[in-house]
Design a protein around this ligand. Structure first.
Ligand code: ZN
Ligand code: ZN
Length: 343
C-alpha cells in the first residue's frame, strides 16, 4: 500500500479513495470527498481540554480514604488506560500516513494529539495521588499482569500486523480493532470511575474520564465512517469471511472486557457484574450499528447503565461548583447536543 505523497501536482485536490487513491495533498475543507468530516473537525476542536485545568486537590485527599480494593482497582484501571492510549497514539500515526485524503489525514492529526492529552492526564492524576515510585510501578503493570497482557496483546497484534504489512485487508482488520479499543475496551473502566462519582468520590478524576469518553465517542464515529467508506471504495473487502472476522473479533473482545470487569470490579460496591456484562454487549451492538452492520447480541436493546456517559459541561458547572471551584471552561462550546455523543 502506498503512503500519501507530500506533494503531487498531478493528482486532484479532492481524494478519489480513502487509501490507495489519488490526492494532491493540499487541504481545502470546501473541496473534500466526505463533507461531514468538516463538522467532525470542528467538534473535535471545540472539545479541546487539558488535564492541568482539572483541580485534583480533593481527589488527593479522598484517595487515601478509599478502601484498599477501590485503590487497587483505581490504579490498575489507570494502568490499563495508559496502555490503551499509548497504543492509540501510535496507531493513529500509522493510519495517518496511508490516508490518501487530506481531510482524513488532518482529523487523524487532531485525534493523535487528543490521545497524547489522554496519556498526559493519567500521569497527571497519578502524580496527584501516589508517590513517583508507585507511579512508575503502575506504568509497569501492563508488562506483567496476565489479564491485562491478554487483552492488550489482542489489539496490539492486529495493529502491529497493519504496521508490518500495510494493505487494504490489514487496514480493515485494524479498523475493527480500533472500534474495539476506543468503543468497547474503555467501558468497564468508565463504569468504575463513574460509580465512584455517584458517591461523590474522586470527582476530578471522573471529570477527566468524562472528557476522555467524550473524545473517544468522536474517535469511534470517525473510524466507523472510515470503515464504511473503506467498504465502498474496496467492495472486494465486503466478503462473508470479513463479516465473520468482524463478529468473531468483537465477540472475543466482549469476552475479554467482561473478564476484565470480573477481574477488577468483582469486589467493588455499587457495580453489578451481570448488569455490566449486559452493558458491554449493548455497547458492542452499538459499535456494530455504527459500522453499518446488524447487532450481534439479542436481548440487550436497553441501556441498563445509563449513568455511564460523559457529564455535560453545563451539569458540571451547575451542580459541581464545590468540586470544580466554579471554574467555567473556555473551550467546550459543544455539549451533549452535538449529535455525536449518542452514537
Ligand atoms: Zn484516548
Ligand atoms: Zn481515541
Amino acid at each position: 500500500m502506498r503512503q500519501q505523497a507530500i506533494f503531487n501536482t498531478n493528482a486532484p485536490n479532492k481524494s478519489t479513495r480513502i487509501i490507495d487513491g489519488e490526492c494532491s495533498g493540499i487541504l481545502n475543507w470546501n473541496d473534500i470527498r466526505m463533507p461531514h468530516m468538516y463538522k467532525l473537525y470542528k467538534v473535535l476542536l471545540l472539545n479541546h481540554w487539558i488535564a492541568d485545568e482539572i483541580p485534583m486537590a480533593k481527589d488527593a485527599q479522598q484517595f487515601a480514604r478509599l478502601d484498599p480494593e477501590e485503590q487497587r482497582t483505581f490504579k490498575i484501571n489507570i494502568g490499563l488506560l495508559a496502555v490503551l492510549d499509548s497504543m492509540q497514539t501510535m496507531f493513529v500515526g500509522d493510519v495517518k500516513r496511508y490516508f490518501t485524503d487530506s481531510s482524513l489525514e488532518a482529523i487523524a492529526a487532531i485525534i493523535g494529539q487528543q490521545e497524547v492529552v489522554h496519556n498526559q492526564s493519567y500521569s497527571y492524576v497519578l502524580s496527584s495521588i501516589v508517590s513517583d515510585k508507585e507511579q512508575r510501578e503502575i506504568f509497569e503493570y501492563w508488562k506483567h499482569d496476565a489479564v491485562l497482557l491478554e487483552r492488550n496483546t489482542f489489539i496490539s497484534a492486529i495493529y502491529q500486523k497493519f504496521r508490518d504489512e500495510p494493505s487494504p485487508q490489514t487496514f480493515f482488520e485494524a479498523l475493527v480493532a480500533d472500534l474495539i479499543l476506543e468503543g468497547i475496551f474503555f467501558y468497564s473502566t468508565f463504569a468504575f470511575f463513574y460509580n465512584l462519582a455517584r458517591d461523590q468520590k474522586m470527582m476530578g478524576t471522573s471529570q477527566m474520564i468524562s472528557y476522555i469518553q467524550r473524545d473517544e465517542n468522536q474517535h469511534c464515529y470517525f473510524f466507523a465512517e472510515v470503515f464504511k467508506q473503506l467498504l465502498v471504495d474496496f467492495p472486494e473487502l465486503d466478503t462473508q469471511a470479513n463479516r465473520d472476522y468482524v463478529y468473531a473479533t468483537i465477540d472475543r473482545a466482549v469476552e475479554l472486557e467482561t473478564n476484565w470487569a470480573r477481574y477488577t470490579l468483582a469486589n467493588v460496591r455499587g457495580i453489578d457484574l451481570g448488569e455490566l456484562s449486559d452493558y458491554i454487549r449493548y455497547i458492542a451492538n452499538r459499535r456494530l450499528r455504527m459500522m453499518g452492520l446488524p447487532n450481534l447480541y439479542e436481548g440487550v436493546d436497553v441501556n441498563c447503565m445509563p449513568w455511564i456517559k460523559p457529564f455535560s459541561d453545563d451539569a458540571l458547572n451547575a451542580t459541581k461548583t464545590d468540586f470544580f471551584e466554579g471554574k467555567s471552561r473556555n473551550y467546550g462550546k459543544v455539549g451533549g447536543d452535538n449529535g455525536f455523543d449518542d452514537l
